[in-house]
Design a protein around this ligand. Structure first.
Ligand code: TNX
Length: 523
């Protein structure tokens, strides 16, 4: 009896203390619109107070869609990494110890215009994140991660609080496709290296990782029905290294890791050119009339499949079937670039035949802008890299276009003459040049409705590990994230460069070897 009285008495005291604590907090002024969010959200309204993230914050997620819980779990892990707080999710812990909560809510509000749209309502004692889909919630979580300050305030209460500015953010992407491409063929990158790249891309709301899985110098994906592709074709790379390849299990691991980040992996098997490694493994495929030798240099345009041979198409049927069955995304990329030794009519015949195979295996074809020479379907996506006229031709035929103009988006171009890595055939691309262009008006005559999105390719002739990859990709890839997501009115170099320097704590925490360009004032 006595012990129960003591218990009730303590509970009352505790709750009173909580009330007292809540009343007493006078937050320093914070301004949501002055935070360094990248990409910049569509609309931000500040209410100049703060939500104190603490050990007593609990995350709740909608039970209507189980993927929302996964998004909450992702936030919880990232909060732990940044603040070392062990916060709870969907717990029924005693209410008294919950100071504040974050609710990740599935909503069908008409204001959420795209699957990736989200709304964040940040008040003193609650954060509501509304989204139609788990993908939208995931994008919103990235915003929330960026809003958590680096340092806690340890004087307001008896435990540390991370002060998140209050207000409201309404946000949605400009383009549905915001991609990065990694060439794992010229040099091989391990599963762990690709995962690390995805971690950084996800933080900036990318939703596509295009993997360039084959080229003259190497074949990187296991094909069970044609095992020599990786046994022979996977053993070389630029510069004479030992190459490498993904087993189908490795590839599936990457696809799943991407899916947890709401990123789609687009596999590319480049053809009919860029196929020396395939023809080295199975010489019957070769169509350039020469004896095939291993190639570890960096020239392009000398190889081709034999576009008139049935074996080539039954081979491709197997390859596309196997890779497509491992890839849940809607697209299969056939490359199609720089087939300089394929006769034009053979090239067109090839592209049109392969398109049918891709469609037979349930995918939409994607290819570099050269494919538009053929009579391709409206469902095929054309990726512009160097020929606006072919992109325009494809768009006229109803195809969607992904913009990757070499002179603006090629992450493998050097920043300046001092760059340690990279090429310069499309020019030097300093960080400001990479940012200061408008994808919506870049190709004269291409309507906004025809643009699916943008993608930044990273070819790997000059790089072979994460450190070198990051040197070329960052910070430029952060700028492309904004160009792909934010309205052109919200893309402003002067404003962006200040937000960019404030990414340093994140980049350091992630151990990213970014290029410290002199164009921004790194503190
Ligand atoms: C052109 S862009 C290529 C690649 C090279 C790259 C180097 C494209 C579709 N093809 O084969 O790696 O330039 O920048």
């Amino acid at each position: 009896m006595l012990s129960r009285i003591v218990l009730i008495f303590t509970a009352i005291l505790f709750m009173a203390a909580c009330q007292l604590e809540k009343k007493e907090i006078i937050f320093p002024k914070t301004d949501l619109s002055k935070t360094a969010l990248i990409p910049k959200p569509l609309k931000t309204v500040s209410t100049n107070s703060a939500f104190g993230l603490s050990k007593n914050t609990v995350i709740y997620t909608s039970s209507t869609d189980s993927n929302f819980e996964q998004v909450g779990q992702f936030l919880l892990e990232k909060v732990k990494l940044k603040t070392d707080l062990d916060i709870a999710i969907n717990t029924s812990n005693s209410e008294e110890s919950i100071d504040r909560f974050i609710y990740i809510n599935q909503s069908d509000s008409v204001d959420l215009k795209t699957p990736e749209s989200y709304q964040l309502y940040i008040k003193k004692d609650s954060i509501f994140l509304n989204a139609k889909t788990a993908a939208g919630a995931f994008r919103g979580i990235q915003t929330l991660r960026q809003l958590i300050p680096e340092k806690s305030n340890d004087t307001l209460t008896d435990h540390p609080l991370w002060l998140i500015p209050t207000g409201k953010i309404l946000d949605e992407p400009k383009f549905e496709y915001r991609g990065a491409m990694l060439d794992v063929a010229r040099h091989f990158f391990t599963v762990e290296e690709v995962k690390k790249y995805m971690d950084i891309l996800a933080y900036y709301k990318y939703n596509v990782l295009h993997l360039h899985l084959s080229d003259d110098q190497g074949w990187r994906i296991e094909i069970k029905s044609w095992p020599k592709l990786t046994q022979i074709g996977g053993a070389t790379e630029v510069g004479g290294g030992t190459g490498g390849y993904y087993t189908q299990d490795d590839y599936t691991e990457l696809v799943e890791y991407a899916a947890q980040r709401h990123i789609t992996i687009i596999p590319e098997i480049d053809m009919p050119g860029h196929t020396n490694a395939a023809s080295l493994s199975y010489p019957i495929l070769n169509g350039n009339g020469k004896k095939v030798k291993a190639y570890t240099g960096t020239r392009v345009g000398f190889s081709t499949f034999d576009a008139r041979k049935d074996t080539v198409y039954s081979f491709l049927d197997d390859v596309i079937r196997e890779v497509a069955s491992l890839s849940p995304g809607p697209y299969f990329h056939i490359g199609g670039d720089e087939s300089h030794v394929t006769k034009k009519r053979d090239y067109i015949h090839f592209v049109e035949k392969v398109e049918k195979i891709v469609q037979k295996h349930g995918k939409q074809m994607m290819g570099w802008n050269e494919i538009a020479q053929g009579n391709i379907s409206a469902s095929t996506v054309t990726q512009l890299w160097n020929e606006p006229h072919n992109a325009l031709k494809a768009a006229k035929n109803g195809s969607k276009i992904v913009l990757s103009p070499g002179e603006k988006t090629y992450l493998d171009m050097k920043y300046d003459s001092l760059s340690k890595f990279g090429l310069d055939w499309a020019g030097l691309i300093p960080v400001d040049v990479a940012y200061k262009w408008n994808p919506e008006t870049y190709v004269e005559g291409l309507s906004i409705e025809s643009i699916l999105g943008i993608e930044a390719p990273l070819w790997s002739e000059t790089i072979s590990n994460s450190e070198e990859l990051e040197y070329l990709a960052f910070p430029r890839a952060i700028g492309y994230a904004e160009l792909g997501w934010s309205t052109s009115e919200n893309c402003n170099w002067e404003d962006y460069r200040e937000r960019l320097v404030r990414q340093v704590p994140f980049l350091n925490r992630m151990n990213v070897n970014y290029y410290p360009t002199k164009l921004v004032d790194w503190e």
